[in-house]
Design a protein around this ligand. Structure first.
Ligand SMILES: *Cc1c(COP(=O)(O)O)cnc(C)c1O
Length: 460
């Protein structure tokens, strides 16, 4: 199941890396107690067996995607050196690789002269973006939708910046009417647009938010930790496509290479359109320092020590799979989205199921029909377990009842939220597995609901 072939490429590359240090006086290398090391490693493998098979297409639950083999190998290769990208002294080659890789990410959004760097993940990246936003608009409120990642509210608490949530519409996007009336009341410094919410992959209407910006004047931060790479895809529906087409007009963007960018965990990225915000990181440095080619990563990052290996892995991945429209990487994302649409159509056509809205990216949410919200919620949990018994791994999510509004005919709304099933189809291979996923889901549902697995079309 687990790829071992690629390890031979690592051996070769390691020999090459070794040659770079061949001029040094020799160093004894026998690892003392190899037997004991092997034994401990074996025990470690034993312990690691206790995991869901995140790498397998039948794992179709949370946002978990295996790193590309080249990322895994480049990361491991760099571990023999263990560079630290906090400063050039600690990570000479990998600092340059980070700048190159981040420049490629920024160019997906049309940015050339920008400020940006890698960091531990989306939380850290959003922390930096909101920290900058708070300094540029001191005391003013940060707004994000009720479906925005919970991290925004929590980070605002850490930063002691006022934060408010804006209701969402029935598609899980920021409600524009609610946003406009909150803006009318004044004192808003920043609006966070989620481009790809974590729960449902809903894309906030950036075009309309930009129109409100020209009237009210606020900063726009785009949290595209999950969805950012979809800017390269060509099979989005019209509204999401329009939102992604304007993403370069935001003031800051967060994107997580460790979500959709095929990287091991520990790789987030924050980008600022105006390189001048670098002055906020280091008060005594002039603006020009930060837009010069010689920028020092430690001077423009809140974190200090960071893995240079993460930069090596990202750089290698982007060399192999360039971030371009129509390329292999973009096609992989398109496959996941096509898979999500295909599964959505099957659910919609089956009278046992309840769907909310068509997926905007590659995440879909669904439940079964039932007498009441509480009954359906209980059924979701039982189907989740029945599917796991069949090695199909889904996720459960708690979503507002109004997302399902149009499909709740005759059902008792005895709860404000519905526990539903959620499936993130983020691996390109998911497209080839839709039929099998559907067969296992259908059988699990039949087991819980009773009755056969063949059902008439939804009476919609
Ligand atoms: C995952 C996610 C985050 C948090 O990122 P981490 O990398 O898990 O720290 C923030 N915002 C959105 C939209 C996300 O999907």
């Amino acid at each position: 199941m687990l790829d071992q072939k690629s390890l031979s490429a690592l051996n070769k590359a390691l020999k090459k890396l070794d040659q770079g240090f061949g001029h040094l006086p020799p160093l004894e290398h026998g690892v003392a107690g190899m037997d004991r090391l092997a034994e401990v490693l074996g025990t470690t493998a034993e312990r690691l067996k206790d995991n869901y098979p995140y790498f397998h297409p039948l794992y179709a639950g949370q946002m978990l995607k295996p790193p590309h083999p080249v990322a895994r190998l480049a990361y491991t290769l760099a571990m023999w050196i263990n560079p630290n990208n906090h400063a050039l002294d600690g990570g000479r080659a990998t600092s340059v690789m980070e700048k190159e890789a981040v420049t490629e990410i920024a160019s997906m959004f049309g940015w050339k002269n920008f400020l940006g760097h890698l960091c531990g993940g989306g939380t850290m990246a959003n922390l930096e973006a909101l920290w900058v936003a708070g300094q540029l608009h001191p005391g003013k409120t940060i707004l994000a939708s009720e479906q925005a990642h919970y991290t925004h509210g929590r980070i605002s608490g850490v930063l002691q910046v006022p934060f408010e949530s804006v209701p969402t519409d029935k598609l899980g996007r920021m409600n524009l009417g609610a946003l406009a009336s909150r803006l009318e009341r004044g004192d808003v410094g920043t609006v966070v647009a989620s481009m790809g919410t974590t729960a449902t992959g809903s894309v906030d209407p950036l075009r309309e938010i930009l129109a409100l910006q020209s009237k009210f004047g606020f900063r726009i931060h785009v949290d595209a930790a999950y969805g950012g790479y979809f800017v390269l895809t060509e099979n989005l529906a019209e509204e999401a496509k329009q939102a992604f087409a304007r993403i370069g007009e935001a003031d800051s963007i967060v994107i997580d290479p460790h979500k959709h960018g095929l990287q091991p965990y520990g790789c987030g990225c924050v980008l600022f359109r105006d390189p001048g915000v670098g002055r906020l990181y280091k008060h005594d440095s002039p603006y020009t320092y930060f837009s010069s080619a010689e920028l020092h990563l430690g001077e423009i990052s809140l974190e200090c020590s960071r893995p240079g290996a993460a930069a090596a892995a990202l750089w290698a991945t982007q060399k192999l799979l360039p971030l371009v429209k129509g390329g292999e990487f973009a096609r992989g994302l398109e496959c996941g989205r096509t898979a999500a649409m295909a599964l959505f159509e099957k659910l919609r056509a089956d009278s046992r199921f309840l769907t909310a809205f068509a997926p905007e990216l590659d995440i879909l949410v669904f439940a079964t029909r039932g007498a009441s919200m509480s009954q359906v919620s209980a059924l979701s949990r039982r189907i989740f377990k029945a599917a796991a018994q069949r090695d199909l791994h889904l996720a459960v999510a708690e979503l507002p009842v109004h997302f399902w509004e149009e499909n709740l005919r005759g059902m008792n709304r005895d709860r404000e939220t519905l526990t539903c099933l959620r499936s993130v189809l983020m691996k390109p291979e998911h497209l080839d597995w839709v039929e099998q996923i559907w067969a296992l889901l259908s059988a699990s549902t039949a087991e819980i609901l009773g009755g056969g697995t063949s059902h008439a079309a939804n009476p919609v």
